[in-house]
Design a protein around this ligand. Structure first.
Ligand code: NAD
Length: 413
């Protein structure tokens, strides 16, 4: 069960605590909290049966002190302005933390895409992109996929933009490879998560060889994280998806689990492990618990049951603020989402650079550059954490906010 979080309050509290830590001036605080621009649009859709339906769409541009706004577009029936606003600000801190020249933005449509046909989804996506066209641009705001949007939808966006302005592949990232997508993008968030887990193991003196790992959510991020951690020597002892979990105390045969999941889009009936619920999975004893599905899954009603040494937040916002405090008291370390899952936006940045250069890098080059940025960001957060004697979460926000504030001041108003 996931808990709906008051995003604005949670984000503001976190921002204020980190701002306090770095001694940020009050007037800059107010400015950095407030989004630069919020666009709300009506998106009409002619359904296949000829009827007309209207949807609400959003694009929030939080801050562009360090470069063009960057962030995904989410299709979900619970999308609202509060959620998009808070995800937009998280993107500002995430891009700053891995030091890529972007600001933060986010968009979405309040829609259940599973209720639409493929053609309806295409018409809705094209119409939405036209509606936000006045504020996007390859040097202004570069969208990307998020929950329930994918490479195909990015292809429609790029095509729609191209019809209005001429061929501009860099207008969105997360595209199919043969339309200018980057090699290594599909695995990037999981690869980044595995790199951060490896660096965390070093920091807390945990031997990665044989370290036990539990992964909630075996989708894009969770499955690649499991694959790379297993290649690094970890033992993946439990995994789950929306249909429930599986427990294999001696460790899964990960290559065959990964292939089964890739082909079937679920781990259910893969022929390994004993079934358990998603809630039971969170309470397993392990070195690393990696929530890689939804926000709000670790909350004040279940935080006390966790028996892991470290939580690696691969999903966005999987721990509610009250649960964070419970884990802190239990001395369970938490590696925050803005650091852990930043591999995705980092390779999106590489995709944009390749599009601007009209040149494609090979996969080794992409991975080598990703590795460098993730390790550098981890070390910066780690040093800040030790220097200020604070949590990794506040350290990550501290480093990021300080970087954005510095650019903001240099640019002037
Ligand atoms: P995905 O749709 O590929 O996978 C989600 C997985 O979670 C699936 O296995 C799904 O079955 C499972 N799931 C859904 N509901 C669940 C539930 N109630 N309990 C347990 N499992 C459940 O999505 P993804 O791209 O892997 O994204 C996962 C998380 O990572 C999201 O929070 C997303 O915002 C975040 N994230 C993703 C990326 C990226 O590049 N894909 C980048 C940054 C952050």
């Amino acid at each position: 069960m996931a808990v709906k979080v008051n995003n604005r309050k949670a984000g503001d509290d976190q921002f204020d605590r980190a701002a306090e830590l770095i001694g940020l001036k009050d007037n800059i605080r107010d400015s950095l909290k407030m989004p630069d621009r919020e666009l709300m649009v009506e998106v009409p859709l002619r359904k296949d049966d000829g009827t007309l339906q209207s949807f609400r769409g959003y694009r929030v541009q939080h801050n562009n002190s360090r470069g063009p706004f960057k962030g995904g577009i989410r299709y979900h029936h619970e999308v609202d302005l509060d959620e998009v606003r808070s995800l937009a600000s998280l993107m500002t801190w995430k891009t700053a933390l891995v030091d890529i020249p972007y600001g933060g933005g986010k968009g979405g449509i309040t829609v259940n895409p599973h209720e639409l046909s493929e053609r309806e989804l295409e018409r809705l996506s094209r119409r939405f992109f036209r509606a936000i066209d006045p504020i996007i641009g390859v040097n202004k705001d570069i969208p990307a996929p998020d929950v329930n949007t994918n490479a195909q939808i990015m292809a429609w966006f790029a095509d729609e933009y191209g019809q209005l302005h001429g061929h501009t592949p860099g207008i969105v990232t997360g595209k199919p490879i043969n339309l200018g997508g980057s090699l290594g993008r599909e695995a990037a968030t999981g690869k980044g998560t595995a790199i951060i887990t490896r660096e965390t193991a070093k920091r807390y003196d945990i031997d990665l060889e044989g370290a036990s790992v539990v992964i909630q959510g075996f989708g894009n991020v969770g499955s690649y994280t499991g694959k790379f951690l297993s290649e690094m020597g970890c033992k993946i002892i439990a995994v789950s998806d929306v249909h429930g979990g599986l427990h294999e105390p001696d460790g899964f045969d990960v290559p065959s689990l990964f292939k089964y999941n890739y082909d079937n889009r679920t781990v259910k009936d893969c022929g390994q492990g004993k079934t358990l619920s998603n809630e039971e999975l969170l309470g397993l004893e392990c070195d690393f618990l990696i929530p890689a599905a939804l926000g709000g899954v670790i909350h004040k009603m279940n935080a006390d049951q966790l028996k892991c040494k470290i939580v690696i937040e691969a999903a966005n916002g999987p721990i509610t603020p009250p649960a964070s405090e419970i884990l802190y008291d239990k001395k369970i370390h938490v590696v925050p989402d803005i650091l852990t899952n930043a591999g995705g936006v980092t390779v999106s940045y590489f995709e944009w650079v390749q599009n601007l250069q009209q040149f494609q890098w090979d996969e080794d080059e992409v991975n080598e550059k990703l590795e460098k940025r993730m390790v550098r960001a981890f070390n910066e957060v780690s040093s800040f954490c030790d220097e200020k004697k604070t949590s990794l979460r506040l350290a990550a926000f501290g480093v990021a906010i300080d970087r954005v504030a510095h650019s903001f001041e240099l640019r002037g108003i």
